[in-house]
Write a protein of this length. Sequence first.
Length: 281
Amino acid sequence: MELSFADVKDKVCVVTGGCGVLGCVFSQALLDAGAKVAILDYKQGRCEECARGLAAKSGKPVLCVVGNVLDKESLIEAKKQINEQLGKIDVLLNGAGGNSPKATCANEFLTTENMNDLSKSFFGLDIEGFRNVFDLNFLGTVLPTMVFAEDMVGRGGSVINISSMNAFRPLTKIPAYSAAKASVNNLTEWMAVHFAKANVRVNAIAPGFFLTNQNRFLLTDEKTGELTARGHKIIAGTPMGRFGEPEELIGTLFFLISDISKFVTGVIVPVDGGFNAYSGV
């Protein structure tokens, strides 16, 4: 069996976080393959601008749906709009997520040199910032699946979650994001089992390191654009020696949507330039 755009064509695909760096790339690829795409964002203006940009590039209509991945009622309303305009949902891509400086430690390690100032360590984390990041990444996957995947039960469909290398190897400084993505991995496996007999597949993509709006402040210097010490560490730990390009995630996305993977469920696929496989030696 060969991978074919025919497996994607005319499928109704919902992309949460559809206005993010990766979400836009995913949406564009789906449009180019002939899918009917609805992008979800909680900001009306941003959603409309993003939809117009995608439509201009692809020459195909894009449905902008305003909804908050942490508000079930807004998601139910969004689903009604999608069903009325595009039909029943075949594919859900849970792309909403991200990190925040408020959930980030200033210091990588707690040492004898800095333990007199705990404000820059785990102990100084803003708990609301921590909660917001965890909820966005974890509950922001739970709730959209709870609402949108209902269309797939019995008729077939694919849920694709966005995990992270942090789920396998938690990075220093970002405990909320790492814990949330590890939870997404576990949830992906749980839902895959729960939905298996209902003909709904649930898998996840675990990107390595791609420059996005959420991590740019950690990996590049805002003034010079040069890599930070952390950015250099990541490149040194990536055997391919570079950051990924968002378009390099598309092949895995299409594989997980396509019938070529119809016996694949409950897996988390790293797309990471070898980061997860490398011991550092």
